[in-house]
Design a protein around this ligand. Structure first.
Ligand code: ADP
Ligand code: MG
Length: 444
């Protein structure tokens, strides 16, 4: 048998690299829905309409009333690694937007036909933002009285429809509409697999896939979190927890909507927190601004910095401005958690357990936290018992690494073991605090 010869190493062409990356980011139609929703939330939208045809295989359309894009930005919108959200590597440590890598639209446009229609918000009369930072290079004029539209192919404006990559004027409201059609048209095997899943048993199909519904709807609690957040904290400090009750009710509403009302009656509100998240956040931002950066970081961490309570004195009496430029605070342990968890008597035979974790409003997976929390239920529940857990965790931005997975689904957290202990402890307290009756039954 002739054996293969060693081959020369060479760099992959860019279009191949892009295609491989696209396959990682967009695994199924729901991945596109998730990314587009995140973009709309990042754009400060208050209303987002999502519609899909055949479980997204034929088309996905998302209409938002967000900031919109400048017509001149349409050219780069689907180009890989082009983003308006991240400028320098340091920003990664304080990122609060869902997106930051400029991969989503690029990936979508590699596996599907993408068309974006957008109109800047609050844009009436005057210049349509076409000029500005790098406007001189082209003398294009964009009207401020209409929307602009661009169709894409493989990350670029479709040359068959746009000469010179020029967007076309179109009718449209303020905000952005993204239409994604014929997903995976260039990957027949994947399309067939998804179509097959759709035909097999109505329940498991592409259309009614529970995971898809969950992901799509699960963004809603975070949306509510976003809008109510700052306000509710201040009100709470004044001793008024009316807003918090409203938020719990709103969260329960969403859970009922997505997971059925059976679970809602079994939910207990959870609240936990230690240290001052905002103070640590502020201190780390300041440290970053002062240029205390990566170089020192390793040393600091090795030096076992002090942690915890001492942080809370940074701003408790409102003199944030005077806080010491405390580099160690970047590593101080601080978190806030709210959530809804089922009591120990919850058991719905057909549904499986659900574990929804938001970290700084981002829906993520973190297997260690999940294991720790589910462990509490395993201890309390009769065999085969189910639990439903929704946790919204807030930690200092610099303590989360969102950049560990192509779908941004997994995150790495600083102080992960402590968080596991704290959260499972909070769940244990919540569950055991109000569930004397079941404990009795179980023992029986
Ligand atoms: P990322 O979200 O990581 O920046 P995307 O590929 O998802 O990358 O989007 C690229 C850019 O297109 C964004 O940075 C943003 O400027 C713009 N964009 C995408 N969707 C919207 C939207 N719905 N409203 C306003 N701008 C958007
Ligand atoms: Mg995005």
């Amino acid at each position: 048998q002739p054996r293969a010869k060693s081959r020369k190493i060479r760099p992959l062409p860019k279009d191949v690299v892009d295609r491989i990356a696209a396959g990682e980011v967009v695994q199924r139609p729901v991945s596109v829905v998730k990314e587009l929703l995140e973009n709309s939330l990042d754009a400060d939208s208050l209303r987002i309409d999502v519609s899909t045809v055949r479980g997204g295989l034929d088309s996905i359309t998302i209409i938002d009333d967000g900031t919109g894009m400048r017509p001149s930005d349409l050219r780069l919108a689907c180009e890989r690694h082009c983003t308006s959200k991240l400028v320098a590597a340091d920003d990664l440590r304080s990122i609060r937007t869902f997106g930051f890598r400029g991969e989503a639209l690029a990936s979508a446009s590699m596996v599907a036909r993408v068309c974006i229609t957008t109109r800047l918000r609050g844009d009436a009369g005057g210049r349509a933002g076409g000029g500005g930072e790098d406007g001189e290079e082209e003398e294009e004029r964009f009207s401020s009285n209409c929307a602009y539209k661009m169709s894409y192919r493989d990350g670029r404006p479709d040359p068959a429809q746009h000469s010179n990559s020029k967007p076309k004027p179109a009718a449209g409201r303020h905000g952005t509409t993204v239409a994604v059609r014929d997903i995976f048209h260039s990957i027949p095997s994947r399309r067939r697999a998804l179509e097959g899943a759709g035909r097999r048993g109505g329940e498991g199909g592409v259309r009614s896939d529970p995971e898809r519904a969950a992901e799509r709807q699960a963004v809603q609690p975070s949306e509510q979190d976003n809008s109510g957040d700052r306000q509710s904290q201040q009100v709470n400090e004044d001793g008024d927890d009316e807003l918090e009750k409203q938020r719990t009710a709103a969260a329960k509403d969403v859970v009922g909507h997505v997971f059925g009302n059976a679970v809602v009656g079994e939910l207990l509100p959870l609240k936990a927190g230690e240290g001052d998240v905002d103070a640590v956040n502020l201190a780390s931002l300041r440290a970053m601004q002062q240029g205390v950066s990566a170089g020192n970081e390793g040393k600091e961490e090795g030096a076992e910095p002090e942690e915890g309570p001492n942080e809370s004195n940074v701003d408790s009496d409102g003199n944030k401005g005077a806080s010491q430029p405390n580099q160690q605070s970047r590593f101080a342990f601080a978190y806030r958690a709210t959530g809804l968890v089922t009591n120990a008597s919850y058991s719905v035979p057909k549904s499986s357990s659900a574990f929804l974790l938001f970290v700084n409003d981002r829906l993520v997976e973190c297997s260690s936290i999940r294991r720790a929390v589910e462990g509490i239920y395993a201890d309390t529940l009769p065999k085969g018992g189910k639990c439903f857990v929704y946790l919204s965790l807030e930690v200092p931005g610099s303590h989360v690494d969102v950049n560990v997975h192509p779908t941004k689904r997994e995150v790495a957290l600083l102080h992960e073991d402590k968080l596991c202990a704290a959260l499972s402890g909070a769940v244990r307290e919540t569950v055991s605090g109000r569930d004397a009756s079941r404990t009795f039954t179980v023992a029986d």
